[in-house]
Ligand binder design. Structure first.
Ligand SMILES: [Fe+2]
Ligand SMILES: [Zn+2]
Length: 414
């Protein structure tokens, strides 16, 4: 909520564009000091002793950390005696003998890394990679010099490398097309499940519908729908969404609209930082109540532009006029939200990219970044698709692109 002066409490906003480098990290080696280990802290720029409780909690031995799952196997706070009996430095690490007889070994590399908190591991954790921002003009150039992010169906179905290339495209652009998919619901579902299991909602799991009003939602009509993100009424909105148009008979229209929400946010931040701060702080509630016996609302408040509280990264755009409920700001500040929303909506319109969906060419997009919509249409359209949760997508992206070993290594290097 905004304070009386109308100033935002958010200190910084960062639109992800490139993966942060962890290369130029300080490589000052851990030291043996006073029968304990000291590591170099890049937060205070000095050597600091590690707490013994922390050191024991992070024992890397196979009875403390499962070698495959990297899960902790000990009840840390059940260990009463965590005094160090002796500690010795070897070539590449430290051997610790604890007073209860337990033995630990820590590599220098691991201990060094553990002192570097100012250099966040956000890229490894959240699967950040180079992000290419785009707008409506970006993909209107000659298709041979500036092709749409597209991968062939056979490549994705053939191997995990194919899934890696596909998920990397989605991570970079926020969307991708798959060429050469059989225009059937079965093939589309199989394709989507190459990334992860399908996320169910009160509308079901994998859906396949023609335009009629079988569910109480505008998506199931033939009306035009402006740029929005889906499922803002969930605490954790759907991460990926796939659309595959299987057929369109006896009619026309129904162009698909995509907007890069991160590019639009960048423009808002550059030109109207105060409006950006309002959309980044004022909670906007949402609901889904169209189905019998259902009224879904998030269990936590969110603004339109959601940032990582630790590093200020924009992680999610939540923009859905249809599902919007209360705007949670006192009435005396309400006009400011509408002023900010008006600027945001105008930028979204400037960034629109339109494309006709084709049978055999499913579209998949990141619902936390890319807004979607469509023009009105006539005739009978049959579409199928589904959601994948964000965490499952990022997990698949990381393991297919970076390898599970390297992902797990980053997990273990606190
Ligand atoms: Fe939608
Ligand atoms: Zn151990």
């Amino acid at each position: 909520m905004l304070g009386a002066a109308g100033k935002s409490p958010v200190r910084q906003h960062v639109i992800p564009q490139a993966r942060e480098s962890t290369q130029n990290q300080s490589l000052r080696r851990p030291q043996l000091q006073n029968n304990n280990v000291s590591v170099f802290s890049d937060s205070s720029n000095q050597y600091v002793p590690v707490p013994k409780r922390w050191l024991r909690d992070h024992c890397q031995c196979e009875s403390c950390i499962h070698p495959v799952t990297k899960q902790r196997l000990i009840e840390t706070f059940d260990i009463e005696d965590v005094d160090i009996r002796s500690i010795t430095q070897s070539n590449s690490g430290f051997n610790v003998l604890w007073s209860d007889g337990h033995k630990s070994y820590f590599t220098e590399d691991w201990l060094t890394r553990s002192g570097l908190k100012a250099q966040s591991r956000v890229a490894e954790r959240q699967g950040l990679t180079d992000v290419r921002l785009w707008n409506g003009k970006t993909f209107q150039a000659d298709e041979h010099t500036n092709p749409l992010p597209t991968i062939h169906y056979s490549e994705v179905m053939a191997s995990d490398e194919g899934v890696g290339a596909w998920t990397a495209l989605i991570r970079k652009y926020g969307f991708a097309y798959v060429d050469g998919c059989p225009p059937t619901p079965e093939a589309t579902q199989e394709l989507l499940e190459r990334i992860a299991f399908i996320r169910h909602t009160h509308y079901g799991g994998f859906w396949d519908f023609t335009s009629d009003l079988s569910y109480g939602d505008t998506a199931y009509t033939d009306l035009a729908i402006g740029a929005h993100t889906d499922t803002t009424y969930f605490t954790d909105p759907g991460g990926l969404q796939m659309f595959h148009m299987l057929s369109h008979e006896n009619g026309s229209g129904g162009m698909s609209l995509l907007v890069d929400g991160f590019a639009a946010a960048q423009e808002l931040l550059t030109n109207y930082p105060d409006d950006y701060a309002i959309l980044a702080t004022v909670p906007v509630h949402s609901h889904a109540s169209g189905n019998e016996g259902i009224s879904v609302q998030p269990q936590c408040t969110f603004p339109v532009l959601v940032h990582d509280p630790q590093n200020g990264h924009l992680v999610q755009v939540r923009w859905n006029t249809t599902d919007r409920a209360a705007i949670d700001t006192p009435m005396e500040y309400m006009q400011r939200w509408y002023d900010a929303g008006e600027k945001w909506a105008a930028i979204l319109r400037k960034h629109e990219y339109w494309e006709q969906l084709q049978p055999g060419k499913p579209l998949i997009f990141d619902n936390w970044r890319v807004l979607h919509g469509r023009s009105s249409f006539t005739g009978k359209r049959r579409l199928c698709g589904g959601y994948i949760s964000m965490d499952d997508f990022i997990s698949r992206f990381k393991t297919t692109n970076w390898g599970k070993d390297s992902v797990l290594k980053a997990v273990a290097q606190g």
